[in-house]
Design a protein around this ligand. Structure first.
Ligand code: BGP
Length: 479
């Protein structure tokens, strides 16, 4: 490669390299210092069998006490940024009384944030990463029409308390998991399994809540605090299995049902739910005897309120699948996420497998996602807010597959930057091993291994940590 070409393959100096985590997955201290119960506390305590290893996040990596070590690891990696989430029930044990703030919870995040800032690490905070206060779930959670108001009240509390120092805000992490897996299905807390409308009613309320949070920030905090507010959407790449028109259309429908339903209302110029998908649901609903579409309408006012409610698009990207309009049952078929879009979804045998059932290494998927979003939504500012790889715990510190995955993903990121994608940063999932939701501690994603058996929850860098550190430092892959 000529030295010129090498020059082009550099990450820009102001590109933010970081790692990501989430409160329930790392903090522990589940009932300490006034924290209220959340839906993950409730589910793991009352139905431990739904978790692969019957574990929970009661202690996890104990970051509530180990946060200084966490920041030390960020420094060891030379990170520019760190994405973490705030636990709603730690800040507001009584979420219906948003003025009764739990000072101990606020102190914890203040200490964490201040420790990052001491070392020039930019905090990026997710306001809601799945750990809904149980008290709100008891009132219907995201299906209660008051949810957007509850969320706005909570968001205002975090802007007020941390917005002088946190300049990158994410309202929600991965709506599909919240709405499809938690309400429409029984794959994640609160396991409601309201198959016909749960996902869609939740989606509408989530979008309104996001927009309320965004506008509250934009109108009342941004002028003084000067930060940015976006949302993180899980964007799995769905490409066509063949080049046929039918497969292209099937792939588009699959993208719409999985993430377009959240992205389109916010990021598209016209707003509203994705057109083709909305038509499919409307038609099916009528055929099924419903009075009208199971996908609720957005009023004109709601559509306008949601449309454009972003400063950036946070992308969680891990993997891809190939979509076919015709062949619904082949080897490797994964069941369609929502029956409303009945297509075949495949992952070829030769894609490298991780320790996680849904995660395989798909060629160029990062590039496909980023360039697609650029085209579709008029080149919005983007952050990769998660991307990473799991290996079985026995793999220990020598995690060569993870290194292969990160190098490929980051090469794809460089290709995307060259293609003009407005990408501002990349957060690796994850800084350290943590409680991985339904999989407990069976599929570590960490650049740092955590010894969960040890009292101290000792963290040790894996081989991948040294590779990532080198990339962050040199701004090139494999110098
Ligand atoms: C994303 C979540 C993360 C993290 C990651 C790994 O969807 O935002 O919180 O958990 O996936 O996935 P999982 O733990 O479901 O295997």
């Amino acid at each position: 490669m000529s030295s010129n070409a090498q020059q082009e393959r550099r990450f820009p100096d102001d590109f933010l390299f970081g790692t990501a985590t989430a409160s329930y997955q790392i903090e522990g201290a589940w009932n300490v210092d006034g924290k209220g119960e959340n839906i993950w506390d409730r589910m793991t305590h009352t139905k431990p069998h739904v978790i692969k290893d019957m574990s929970n996040g009661d202690i996890a990596a104990n970051s509530y006490y180990n946060y200084k070590r966490d920041v030390e690891m960020m420094r060891e990696l030379g990170l520019d940024a760190y994405r973490f989430s705030i636990s709603w029930s730690r800040i507001l044990p009584n979420p219906l009384a948003p003025y009764e703030v739990n000072q101990a919870g606020v102190d914890f995040y203040n200490n964490y944030i201040n420790e990052m800032l001491k070392y020039n690490i930019t905090p990026m905070a997710t306001i809601y990463h799945w750990d809904l206060p149980q008290k709100l779930q008891d009132l219907g959670g995201l299906l209660n029409p008051l949810f957007p108001e509850w969320f706005e009240d909570y968001a205002r509390v975090v802007f007020e308390n941390f917005g002088d120092r946190v300049k990158l805000w994410i309202t929600f992490n991965e709506p599909i998991v919240i709405c499809y897996q938690g309400y429409g299905g029984n794959v994640k807390a609160p396991l409601l399994n309201l198959t016909d409308v749960g996902t869609y009613y939740c989606a509408k309320n989530l979008l309104l809540a996001h927009a309320k949070g965004y506008h509250a920030y934009n109108n009342d905090f941004k002028p003084a605090q000067n930060g940015e507010c976006g949302i993180t959407i899980g964007v799995t790449w769905y490409g066509p299995l063949t080049d046929s028109e039918e497969d292209h259309y099937a792939a588009e429908l699959k993208r719409q049902v999985e993430w377009g339903i959240y992205a389109e209302p916010i990021f598209s110029e016209q707003g509203g739910f994705p057109k083709e998908f909305a038509e499919v649901v409307a038609q099916k609903s009528i055929e099924q005897g419903y009075k009208k579409s199971r996908l609720p309408e957005l009023t004109e006012e709601e559509r306008k309120f949601i449309q454009g409610s972003f400063d950036f698009f946070g992308v969680n990207h891990y993997t891809a699948s190939l979509v076919s309009a015709n062949e619904h049952k082949t080897v490797n078929a994964v069941p369609s996420m929502l029956d409303d879009v009945d297509v075949g979804v495949y992952t070829p045998d030769d894609w490298l497998s991780s320790a996680t059932d849904w995660l395989k290494m798909a060629p160029n998927s990062m590039y496909n996602v980023l360039t697609h979003l650029k085209e579709k939504y008029n080149n919005p500012a983007l952050y990769i807010t998660e991307n990473g790889w799991s290996q079985v715990p026995e793999a220990g510190l020598i995690d060569d597959d993870r290194i292969v995955y990160y190098r490929a993903a980051l090469n794809s990121v460089l290709d995307s930057l060259e293609a003009g994608v407005n990408l501002k940063g990349y957060m690796a999932w994850s800084l350290m091993d943590n409680y991985e939701w339904m999989k407990g501690y069976t599929e570590p994603f960490g650049l740092y291994e955590v010894d969960f058996k040890s009292e101290a929850k000792t963290r040790t860098p894996r081989k991948s940590a040294f590779v990532y550190k080198q990339i962050v430092k040199t701004r090139v892959i494999d110098p």
